[in-house]
Design a protein around this ligand. Structure first.
Ligand code: GP9
Ligand code: MN
Length: 623
């Protein structure tokens, strides 16, 4: 060993320095929430894996180039981290490729750039300075390996990467398919791999868009003309019944219809909602189905805003947040409404910050608009009672009429809550999830009751309509056994579909003509229905849903997995059931379901094509 040769190769030292630096930045300079020691461990490991991935490539270069490569990659890597940190300080989010090209984001940043700089940011470049210095010294820190050694050094990259991905999947199952949140991705795979992932998603979306052409939209238009007969029928006495009123739309987390009128040990689970649905001022659609898929809450939002189906894979809110839409908030804005969303979670969850801007919401009150303390939070964060209470002041500041969407959070899997805040017993079954579910549902019921009172106290109630909608199921098929025990019947395909019913109530103060409606309807129908109630014409809209109040309506609800419910039938898993009896239809008559099945599949396909091809850019909604 020569004296001028230092033992530790620079690429290893660079990996350690850069890896630890990145961990420290994640941990102390970003504001990432670390919920358990596994997350902490992954947060520590992934920067080392990423650093190794980048620096190990250098073993294939000659000594001089090795040094140059390490200098520049450490600098570029640090710049990427730095720019993300600056962006994060402004938006509490990470950069995505589409966002980079969005003028307003960049402009926002240049305006406030200096105020976003902190002196400790110099730390991000400390390892760069060290690497830069060492790489320029006379002693040689390069490494020269035989080909096998080079291959071995590279192979370690894949081992580390695979290990990281496996840990991430254990910590957050389906992380890569569902992409809930950029923060989760960054926490689990690191900012560099996250950018690679983002780039591959972006390439895929762009390719699909480029390959699409405008001719298909007229085919879809004529299909919809024929098959969603309502179009813009005004022939219901509810047309315009809520004209010029505020709309307070509450998306009620994980709330399924079976909770209504249920009891645990003789106590009603949802006394407030039980009364509300029977109120003279409420129209309750008891056969209303959610139609969401992997995008969960965001899918329900997407369906309601656009009357399009969600995608079968991934969340549209992530995959196609840049598309042209003709969304409800945009339409309402044009009609003079102020539009806003209230949701006390981080703004980037489900890419909401990006999507909301695209579909035209004026304001988004996220977690940072609320005072969250250990006393007023549990589960996913700020508890709903505090959420509603703290929202009132913002709601009062809206220009009327307004359209405001509230998304609750407390009644979310795993439905656990402090016993001293629970006002109903747990259920007793083999499923902890179902046992807890009633307690958080009761909590939601109480928070809604308080919210109604707060709206009255704030003087907002009389001039508003309040729409309550369940976003999706809370109890998955995994709990069928316990669910069967609760309902006193076995959960087969037919019952499973029944369980996809979620509340949909339109509460119109002073209306007095409310009642229970039996029609088979779903989230896809919400947009045309709301516009109908508000007396807003949308005859050139392209929607897969129909106005729920129209006489002549499309008579089935398609689920994303190809199941459907029509007035007569329920179809799921290849089995056709009689909707009124729940009896399986005998094989020789099972084709009864086929015509609707074909239509359902056709609609899902058309909707996918609209989204993947961004086909609305070829359509003029204001003909
Ligand atoms: C997160 C909340 C819950 O912000 O909307 O999302 P979910 O897991 O129900 O889709
Ligand atoms: Mn949800």
């Amino acid at each position: 060993m020569q004296l001028n040769k230092i033992r530790m190769p620079l690429f290893i030292l660079a990996t350690i320095l850069f890896g630890i630096k990145t961990y420290v930045v994640y941990r102390f300079m970003f504001d990432l929430s670390i919920e358990n020691s596994m997350q902490e461990f992954i947060l520590f490991v992934n920067p080392l894996a990423s650093a190794y991935l980048i620096f190990a490539i250098s073993v294939w270069l000659n000594p001089k180039r090795q040094m140059k490569y390490l200098r520049w990659t450490s600098l570029i890597g640090s710049l990427i981290l730095f720019v993300n940190l600056i962006f994060y300080r402004n938006f509490t989010d990470f950069i995505t490729i589409p966002v980079l090209f969005q003028g307003n984001n960049a402009a926002d940043l240049t305006g406030s750039f200096l105020t976003l700089l902190h002196i400790e940011d110099l730390f991000i470049f400390l390892d760069v300075a060290i690497i830069w210095y060492l790489s320029k010294q006379k002693f040689d820190m390069s490494i020269q390996l035989p080909t096998q050694g080079k291959i071995a050094a590279t192979a370690v990259t894949f081992l580390l990467l695979a290990g990281n991905v496996v840990l991430a999947e254990i910590e957050r199952p389906m992380l890569f398919v569902r992409t809930f949140d950029r923060e989760y991705l960054v926490k689990n795979i690191g900012i560099y791999n996250y950018h690679l992932y983002d780039a591959s998603m972006q390439t895929k979306t762009k390719a699909q868009r480029v390959l699409a052409d405008g001719s298909e939209i007229s085919e879809i238009e004529s299909y919809l003309d024929k098959n969603s007969p309502d179009g813009q029928a005004k022939d219901s006495d509810l047309y315009g019944v809520a004209k010029d009123k505020n709309v307070i739309f509450v998306s009620v987390e994980s709330f399924q219809n079976f909770l209504l009128d249920s009891e645990i040990n003789g106590t009603e689970t949802t006394p407030f909602l039980n009364d509300l649905k029977e109120s003279k001022d409420t129209i309750w659609f008891k056969n209303f189905y959610h139609q969401t898929a992997q995008g969960k809450t965001s899918d329900s939002e997407f369906i309601v805003e656009n009357s399009l189906y969600p995608l079968g894979r991934g969340a549209v809110y992530f995959t196609n947040a840049q598309n042209e839409y003709n969304a409800l908030p945009e339409i309402l804005s044009e009609e003079g409404y102020e539009t806003s969303v209230f949701h006390a979670n981080n703004k980037s969850f489900w890419n909401r910050d990006v999507m909301y801007e695209n579909v035209g919401y004026d304001e988004f009150y996220g977690e940072q608009s609320y005072e969250v303390t250990p006393e007023n939070s549990f589960g996913w964060g700020l508890e709903d009672k505090a959420f509603f209470e703290q929202s009132i002041k913002y709601l009062q500041s809206q220009k009327q009429p307004f359209y405001s969407k509230f998304i609750t959070l407390t009644h979310h899997f795993p439905f656990e809550m402090p016993e001293d805040k629970a006002n109903i017993d747990q259920y007793d079954s083999g499923s902890k999830t179902l046992n807890h579910y009633f307690q958080t549902a009761r909590y939601t019921d109480e928070s809604l009751e308080q919210f109604f009172q707060q709206l009255k106290d704030a003087g907002l109630y009389e001039d508003s309509i309040i729409v309550l909608m369940g976003d999706h199921y809370g109890i998955s098929e995994y709990h069928n056994k316990a669910m069967g025990q609760f309902l006193g019947k076995e959960i087969n395909g037919y019952e499973h579909i029944q369980l996809q019913k979620v509340p949909f109530m339109v509460h119109i103060p002073g209306y007095e003509n409310g009642g229970v409606r039996e029609e088979v309807v779903g989230q896809i129908d919400v947009k045309p229905t709301l516009l109908h109630l508000l007396g807003i014409g949308n005859k050139d809209d392209l929607t897969f849903g129909d106005n729920m109040f129209a006489e002549d309506r499309k008579d089935f609800i398609a689920m994303r997995d190809g199941s459907f419910v029509s007035e007569q039938y329920v179809f799921t898993d290849g089995v056709c059931y009689d909707r009124s009896t729940g009896e399986q239809i005998l094989e020789e008559e099972a084709e009864a379901c086929n015509p609707i099945k074909e239509k359902a599949d056709q609609e899902l396909q058309y909707s996918d094509n609209i989204i993947y091809g961004d086909l609305f850019r070829f359509y003029d909604f204001k003909q």
